[in-house]
Design a protein around this ligand. Structure first.
Ligand SMILES: Nc1ncnc2c1ncn2[C@@H]1O[C@H](COP(=O)(O)OP(=O)(O)O)[C@@H](O)[C@H]1O
Ligand SMILES: NC(=O)OP(=O)(O)O
Length: 313
């Protein structure tokens, strides 16, 4: 029986740090990512792909704010839905073309996915999710003063606007995803962490302004789908201890216990590797395999020959 993998695509799969968010740049990167995912399809896995949307949802929100005198502004959850739609469109098209090139017959379908969060999540009072483009410290100060944006330094790369990022509680559409996987279809779902929604006391859902972390949603999706493997594809080949120091050391296959120990030592930066390792440990604790590796080594890592693999042993 084919194994099931949930793949969370990092920012680089769509837009590189210093690139402008043009259609051509994003389409070019997504095409390259799709070719690499097609390699995984050859390994006989049922595949669900999720992806980030930080730069894109920030830009859509900004478009809305800048144009509000001529076109009514949409709330952040709608911006999230828009970003999920346009990235999903580009990814589905690119994946279909990549599979066609490889003479593979699998289908590809994007699902506009809603993710339930708790309205009482403390994240609503403490925005931490960076979105949109990077600014200098001086520009960030002006934006806070003039527009009221909350700005934060993002992993040594500059300042970005931050918004609330609640924990995903439940991802909608999982039963349908399972049916599609059984019909030889690669499913793109939960993009940008999913469109954040809350459920009220009488069971009705409605949107809420936030951006959910895609690695957390990827883990939740992998759990709900009972996946065998959860992979986070990023721009480094491995997770390291003492990262960036002369004594940095590459992690290959490590136990949950060891990973937790390194986590407690503060080896993984908040806002970058920290959330990935948190998601990896949480998933691997259930007796499954979590992998963090670079996009171009995804197929090798899945076969056990590359990346950092976290296992519960
Ligand atoms: N211990 C570590 N090992 C490897 N990379 C690390 C570590 N700590 C921080 N990082 C940084 O984490 C980055 C990946 O996280 P992030 O940029 O959030 O990924 P993505 O956007 O691909 O989801 C790497 O580019 C690297 O600079
Ligand atoms: N939603 C999300 O986590 O997006 P990024 O990975 O692009 O920040």
């Amino acid at each position: 029986m084919a194994k099931r993998v949930v793949i969370a695509l990092g920012g680089n799969a769509i837009l590189r740090p210093n690139q402008e968010a043009t259609f051509d740049n994003q389409m070019h990167n997504i095409k390259m990512s799709a070719e690499l995912i097609a390699k995984i399809e050859k390994l006989d896995y049922e595949i669900v792909v999720t992806h980030g949307n930080g730069p894109q949802v920030g830009n859509i929100l900004r478009q809305n704010e800048e144009a509000k005198a001529v076109v009514p502004q949409m709330p952040l959850d709608v911006c999230s839905a828009e970003s999920q739609g346009f990235i999903g469109y580009m990814m589905e098209q690119s994946l279909k073309n990549a599979l066609h090139e490889e003479e593979l017959t699998s289908g590809v379908l994007t699902l506009l996915t809603q993710t339930e969060v708790s309205p009482d999540d403390p994240a609503f009072d403490n925005p931490t999710k960076p979105i949109g483009v990077f600014y200098s410290e001086a520009e960030a100060e002006v934006l806070t003063e003039e527009k009221g944006w909350v700005m934060m330094e993002d992993a040594g790369r500059g300042y970005r606007r931050v918004v609330p990022s609640p924990q995903p509680q439940k991802i909608h559409g999982v039963e349908s995803i399972l049916k599609l996987l059984k019909q030889n279809t690669i499913v793109i779902a939960g993009g940008g962490g999913g469109i954040p929604v809350v459920r009220n006391k009488i069971g009705q859902i409605s949107g809420i302004e936030a951006v959910i972390d895609k690695d957390r949603t990827g883990k939740k999706l992998a759990e709900q789908l009972d996946a065998d493997v959860f992979m986070m594809l990023t721009d480094v080949s491995n997770v390291y201890i003492n990262y960036g120091k002369p004594n940095q050391e590459k992690l290959e296959e490590i136990s949950v216990l060891k990973a937790k120990q390194y986590m407690d030592e503060g080896q993984f930066a908040d806002g970058s590797m920290g959330p990935k390792m948190e998601a990896a440990i949480g998933f691997a604790m259930q007796g499954k395999k979590a992998i963090i590796c670079s996009l171009d080594q995804a197929a090798e890592a899945l076969s056990g020959f590359a990346g950092t693999r976290i296992v519960n042993s």
